[in-house]
Write a protein that binds this ligand. Structure first.
Ligand SMILES: [Cu+2]
Length: 153
């Protein structure tokens, strides 16, 4: 009776040890397998780390349509940084696209009727900026609008 009980204990001990070993092995392998993703994601967050001050948010290209004598849309928004425009001349005479930044006029080249040209400007200070057609007289006739630039979060 005592011996059977002792044998049972031994079997139980062996079984428990086996379970522990399996558990350790599983644990160990899952830990080593799991180490790679956390360290790589750690690198990714480390890469993003230096940018946390001003993570750049890319502006989508603003499509502007010009005709006699308006610019559509007349109100647009963007984030600080490089702002890209695609300026299309939907009118019948030459137009261009200009924007006043810090008291200076940044102007595109002339856009022939039916043509589109890319234009970009970098604005680092949030605020309202006036855009217009810089062909003499066109702005006064209505070819102007406002670009509201907000801070890049
Ligand atoms: Cu014009």
């Amino acid at each position: 009776m005592f011996q059977i009980r002792r044998l049972t204990w031994q079997l139980t001990f062996v079984a428990v040890m086996a379970l522990i070993l399996v558990a350790l092995a599983a644990c160990g392998s899952s830990t080593s397998a799991g180490l790679t993703p956390p360290s790589s994601s750690g690198n990714a967050s480390a890469t993003a780390g230096p940018n946390t001050g001003t993570p750049p948010v890319a502006n989508t290209t603003l499509r502007m349509s010009e005709k006699e004598y308006s610019i559509t849309p007349s109100k647009s928004t963007a984030q600080t940084g490089k702002i890209d425009f695609m300026v299309k001349n939907d009118g019948t005479i030459v137009h261009n696209f200009a924007i006043e930044v810090d008291g200076k006029e940044v102007k595109s080249s002339d856009v022939q009727p039916g043509k589109s040209i890319p234009f970009s400007v970098t604005i680092s200070t949030p605020g309202d900026y006036q855009f217009y057609c810089a062909i003499p007289g066109h702005r006064q006739l209505g070819m102007q609008g406002t670009l509201t630039v907000t801070g890049n979060p």
